[in-house]
Write a protein that binds this ligand. Sequence first.
Ligand code: SF4
Ligand code: FE
Length: 487
Amino acid sequence: MAIKTSEEYIQSLREMDIKVYMFGELVENPVDHPIIRPSLNSVAMTYDLANQEEYKDIMTTKSHLTGEPINRFCHIHQSTDDLMKKIKMQRLLGQKTASCFQRCVGMDAFNAIYSTTYEMDQEYGTDYFERFKKYLLYVQENDLTIDGAMTDPKGDRSLSPSQQEDADLYLRITEVREDGIVVKGAKAHQTGSVNSHEHLVMPTIALKDADKDYAVSFAIPSDAEGIFMIYGRQSCDTRKLEEGADIDLGNSTFGGQEALVIFDDVFIPNERVFMCKEAKYAGMMVERFAGYHRQSYACKVGVGDVLIGAAALAADYNGVPRASHIKDKLIEMTHLNETLWAGAVACSAEGSETASGNYLIDLLLANVSKQNVTRFPYQIARYAEDIAGGLMVTMPSEEDFRHPEVGKYVEKYLVGAKGTSTENRMRVLRLIENITLGSAAVGYLTESMHGAGSPQAQRIMISRQGNLDAKKEMARKIAKVDTSKDK
Ligand code: SF4
Ligand code: FE
């Protein structure tokens, strides 16, 4: 059963006892909860496509550990071709779900931990790499969805983890026992946590020795003793609770999901611990995970494809597809979206082999690419709203549209181009609303800004990787600068 079906995935989550609170209550059945279910459907799509012949080459590959077929989300990248297929898979899933499909964080964590543990073992003679490989084998054999968990709540950003008034604001080791460790703290904004079988935890920043209790990486089932989640609200989320809601949701099938995940004195057995106080390597793990996840934002290109399509459809329904300014705006949207794609392609094609044998993206290009992601989706969304028109936010509800008395007025006065359906026009406008202002805007906009690191995090990496000294030397040579004349 190395490649699960979506039915098997959903059933396996049903068998878990994941504790999640929403609106002040423990959710009894997360799998079928109307607010959670669309996000689960997005993850399920990562299983569905892997079982379709048409997408096999992109969605599946062979395990480098066993040679068995596996879902690409469980893969350790073996070449730049693998890195390219990864982003193609993400664009495809963005197109199919128009939302965050959540499973990438686990894949990115696998690859970052794989190469970092290898290098850690080289220095310290530890056996983290072997432990991690065993864990990975288990993940691949069971086709698990894993939540790569990096972001700590962080409290006062000017203070290091150990300087915080509350020592738990960064997740930390509170006890080291013979058979394992005990951890306490939380991970914030955890994408897909409720829909993941396990959590794979990493530190959130580079650490000094004084903060070594915070240098920890481990894997733990999402329903382990001491773990619970508090669900993140999204704009327009309660629309999903409305009886028979369909048009008003814009995207009634798919969505994304984030939660605050609490680790309240959780025991982690040794075989699942992949870093234990090796502060020096926290930075490497963070940098690599962030790099992979910045590459992963190819997902937004797929969502952008859907948004551009929706804007073009809105123009059709408005009767203006041939207006030159509309055509030009659609060209600009495409230009921006494909520029994002170019960045993802570039950092993948320029990837290189690590000491462990897996492939890492070009870090500078991945950071440049993600920096563009913090900007362009906002511009694309602006054009989409421009083309859609104000009706996108002033339109009556589906219930009014279906109402026996006022429905006919909605139908009559909201009609667009000759011969087109009012309902279809409403559907398209609601989809644009969903991506630019509604629950999917979490994924398409704010997550583009802050997910995989806020803009400033990329700028720090760009400055670190930009190699200004080499560039100065190039300029000196061309200008025939004689440095001995400088005082
Ligand atoms: Fe994957 Fe994109 Fe969601 Fe990150 S934001 S988990 S890359 S779909
Ligand atoms: Fe993300």
